[in-house]
Design a protein around this ligand. Structure first.
Ligand SMILES: Cc1cc2nc3c(=O)[nH]c(=O)nc-3n(C[C@H](O)[C@H](O)[C@H](O)COP(=O)(O)OP(=O)(O)OC[C@H]3O[C@@H](n4cnc5c(N)ncnc54)[C@H](O)[C@@H]3O)c2cc1C
Length: 299
């Protein structure tokens, strides 16, 4: 029980308010009423890789030409806010299971097994994390008698953007992930898909495999990937941390050009990471908490 913490639920933060470039608190809407929460020390923004850049831009921190489109007063011209959006891509290879086979039913799991591998585009790191499952897994619409390999392709080079759609906090921003715009990403996806196809067709799996159903044998892999590749919801990078002046936050997670404002969430990852993003986000949060405690000790 933390008696010094107040949690406001069902509250939409609409902007951070500044006195010049000093963050003094946040405005939020709750039950159609607007409130202001002032801060004694600092504002910590942790709205995730889509909403954190949106809130910064609504508050006047972003590319000044973008802010001008919506008549938003500029607090700091920070062109990188909302840029450097990166994500992993899910692709899939599916195989039918003979009807005579009893298929296992898992209560809830995307992946009873995971295969890690590396493409030639990234020999120094694991950049394929392939989940393996059967069609009966809850939430998957695939045929009951089928098994699937879902390579999550990581360390992709394509970088997207999050920009404002309007000056209204109620409106979702424009998310343009620019998937597969870097040519080597398509090559990585083809390698990962081919690996999944090869594994699914192994002779050791013959009692479980009737035929390859996706992609159909002989299908053009590029077209198949372009039609079926999907987000893994591993959005990161839109408030990039760095030691260079153009990065959005510095190595203490402070928003450059302001005081009293930090971003602590997946938006600060400068580069894609290996594997899923939740644990790394928690590590950022843990490290961020340490930084805050140390800086308040110094004050
Ligand atoms: C469907 C799905 C499945 C996933 N599966 C996995 C997985 O299996 N393993 C894994 O490691 N990762 C997974 N991830 C990714 C992981 O959840 C994220 O990387 C991680 O949650 C990012 O943390 P964050 O703090 O940056 O953002 P978030 O967890 O998104 O937290 C941001 C919070 O800010 C709130 N917020 C946003 N805007 C406002 C506003 N204006 N006012 C008030 N509150 C606001 C949001 O409601 C949210 O609670 C998954 C993500 C999704 C969407």
């Amino acid at each position: 029980m933390h008696t010094n913490v107040t949690v406001q639920t069902e509250a939409l933060v609409t902007k951070i308010r500044f006195n010049d470039t000093q963050a003094i608190g946040v405005e939020y809407v709750q039950n159609q009423e607007t409130y202001f929460a002032g801060v004694r020390n600092e504002v910590i923004l942790s709205a995730g890789a889509i909403a954190s850049p949106k809130i910064l831009m609504l508050s006047g921190i972003g590319d000044e030409t973008e802010l001008a489109k919506f008549d938003l007063p500029v607090v700091v011209n920070a062109p990188e806010v909302g840029r450097n959006l990166h994500d992993d891509l899910f692709i899939s290879a599916g195989f039918s299971i003979p009807q005579a086979q009893d298929v296992p039913v898992y209560p809830y799991s995307l992946a009873p097994a995971v295969i890690f591998a590396s493409t030639e585009n990234s020999s120094s790191v694991v950049d394929i994390e392939s989940s393996v499952g059967v069609g009966t897994i809850k939430g998957f619409p695939s045929p009951k008698h089928s098994f699937w390999l879902w390579p999550n392709v990581m360390h992709l080079k394509s970088k997207g953007t999050v920009t404002l759609r309007s000056s209204s906090p109620e409106e979702a921003p424009v998310i343009d992930p620019k998937y597969l715009t870097a040519p080597e990403d398509l090559q990585s996806c083809i390698t990962a898909l081919q690996l999944a196809i090869d594994i699914g067709n192994q002779s050791r799996l013959s009692q479980w495999r009737e035929s390859q159903i996706a992609p159909e044998p002989g299908a053009d892999l590029e077209s198949y990937i372009r039609q079926t590749a999907d987000t893994t919801y591993h959005y990161c990078g839109t408030c990039r941390m760095g030691i260079d002046e153009s990065s959005v936050v510095d190595t203490e997670l402070k928003v450059r050009g302001t005081s009293g404002l930090r971003v602590i969430d997946a938006s600060v990852f400068p580069l894609p990471i290996t594997a899923n993003t939740a644990a790394a986000t928690m590590m950022i949060a843990d490290k961020g908490a340490d930084i805050i405690i140390k800086s308040s000790d110094r004050a």
